[in-house]
Design a protein around this ligand. Structure first.
Ligand code: SDX
Length: 437
């Protein structure tokens, strides 16, 4: 395994502006990605760059995750996602992302023990749920409860105090499933279910969601396994919107609970993690409309229509999202195992086939992304649509933590503060209200 020495490259880029021609170093990553280091550009030229959506802008160097969008490659700490999906578990992948290497058996056993024995939330936090209506969106509850964790663990408020960092990391990973399950029980008017330390991480999540006092909960190990697989596939994805949010909030030296709460809010958006819920709404709409996928493909291509094929397209993948391939295969396995015939899966497959044979989607390189099939599985195991993005957040949590940890350990990170190009009114005086028209 090689790691980049990003300073060895002597290649430079020439930027000519204002009659000056200036050289800027090009850094090369361990997978030969190249970036022009413009950290001195404004001082040299008085110019800033302008790049809405940061399509061409790298915010940092990172050793956590590598994506090659053209080749459809995704690796966590260098290990291909398909190998982790086949051989690993979510808690092992979380350890890999956060601590940078696969744990030994003793390390993993200790990590799992810690996660089990911190899975209960403070009893006072349960009263917060009394204030929410049963219709509250669980992403709003999740972000509020995570931010509120800072009230119970004040030692975590100072991110420079690393003494308790591992406790905070364990508490977040251990308690978010409990917080998520409580919001599900609240929405169903069912009694809260405590964690069961005898169960694995994903099995515990299922029993907290679906166990009821009136029945002995029957765990389906295959369902626990596929849930664990979905968490692995969502665990990290380099500098996506929500991870960049966590890094930006962390750059102000806010505590980790606040940074994760911010990441949850960024993920909520329908163009990001909220897409998995929107995909199911879209598939249900097409199903109610007689399954006419051609009509919706045409709408997605029509510039006058605001309709988009949710679950299609990606800023980085211009080839198949490797996660979508794995999830699509898991859909068939889970639905067959559970004896479920879901017309939405048939519609999804038909939509994919129709879109990928259409020049608009081929030319725009729009392929199914991680969100296109995941909702089919969540629905099959009984998770309601409005909890789908919460499931995404539970998966992405170790990735957020890994990037926050990498950033806060990379020397004194500068506070993130982008510049702008002002296009508003030039100098003008205040006008007394009596003189305004
Ligand atoms: C996630 O960044 C990550 O890594 C995210 C993620 C992760 O793991 O963190 O992978 C998770 O967020 C996946 C994406 C989930 N979102 C959706 O499925 C929503 C639908 N997809 C899009 O809105 C869009 O594709 C984005 C937001 C995902 C990417 O948007 P970009 O890169 O800003 O591209 P764009 O919106 O500028 O679109 C480029 C062109 C446009 O056409 P033109 O104006 O160039 O002619 O492609 C078209 C768009 O109209 N287009 C689509 C489309 N997505 C893009 N047209 C129809 N249907 C779509 N889904």
């Amino acid at each position: 395994m090689t790691t980049a020495n990003t300073n060895t490259n002597t290649e430079t880029a020439t930027i000519a502006v204002g009659g000056k021609s200036l050289q800027y170093p090009i850094i090369t990553g361990s997978e030969n990605e190249k970036g022009i280091d413009i950290s001195k550009l404004r001082a040299d030229t008085g110019c800033v760059t302008l790049d809405p959506g940061y399509v061409n802008t790298g915010a940092c160097t990172s050793a956590v995750t590598f994506i090659d969008g053209d080749l459809g490659i995704l690796r966590y700490r260098g290990i291909p996602i398909d190998q982790l999906a086949e051989h690993s578990t979510f808690t092992e992948v979380s350890y890999l992302l956060i601590y940078g290497k696969l744990p030994t058996r003793a390390q993993l056993d200790d990590f799992n023990y810690q996660l089990c024995h911190h899975s209960m939330i403070h009893e006072d936090m349960k009263r917060f749920y009394d204030g929410y209506p049963s219709t509250a969106h669980p992403m709003g509850i999740l972000s509020a409860m995570v931010c509120s964790m800072s009230s119970y663990y004040p030692e975590a408020l100072d991110p420079s105090n690393r003494t308790h960092l591992n406790d905070t990391i364990v508490r977040l990973l251990a308690k978010l499933p409990t917080i998520a399950a409580l919001s599900h029980k609240k929405s169903r008017g069912q009694p809260f279910v405590y964690p069961d330390n005898s169960l694995s991480y994903s099995a515990n999540l299922l029993q907290m969601f679906f166990a009821v006092p009136a029945d002995k909960y029957k765990l389906d190990e295959d369902v626990a396994r596929v849930l664990d697989l979905l968490l692995i596939l969502h665990a990290d994805h380099e500098q996506n919107c929500s991870t960049s949010t966590v890094r930006l909030v962390g750059s102000s030296q806010a505590n980790l609970f606040a940074c994760i709460a911010a990441g949850i809010c960024a993920l909520w958006g329908p163009l990001h993690g909220g897409a998995n819920q929107e995909v199911m709404t879209m598939l249900e709409l097409i199903n109610q409309d007689g399954g006419n996928v051609d009509k919706y493909v045409a709408m997605a291509k029509d510039k006058k229509s605001s309709f988009r094929l949710m679950g299609f397209g990606h800023r980085v993948y211009k080839n198949f999202d490797p996660r979508a391939k794995i999830i699509k295969k898991a859909c068939d396995t889970v639905l067959n195992k559970l004896g479920i015939r879901d017309p939405l899966l048939d519609i999804a497959k038909k939509l994919e086939e129709r879109a990928l044979s259409d020049s608009y989607f081929v030319d725009h390189k729009l392929y199914p992304n991680v969100d296109f099939y995941s909702g089919i599985i969540y629905k099959a195991i009984g998770i309601p649509n409005n909890m789908f993005t919460v499931m995404f957040a539970l998966g992405r949590l170790p990735g957020w933590i890994a990037h926050w940890k990498e950033m806060t350990e990379s020397g004194a990170p500068k506070i993130g503060r982008p510049r702008q190009i002002y296009t508003g009114a030039t100098l003008q005086d205040y006008v007394p209200i009596a003189n305004r028209t």
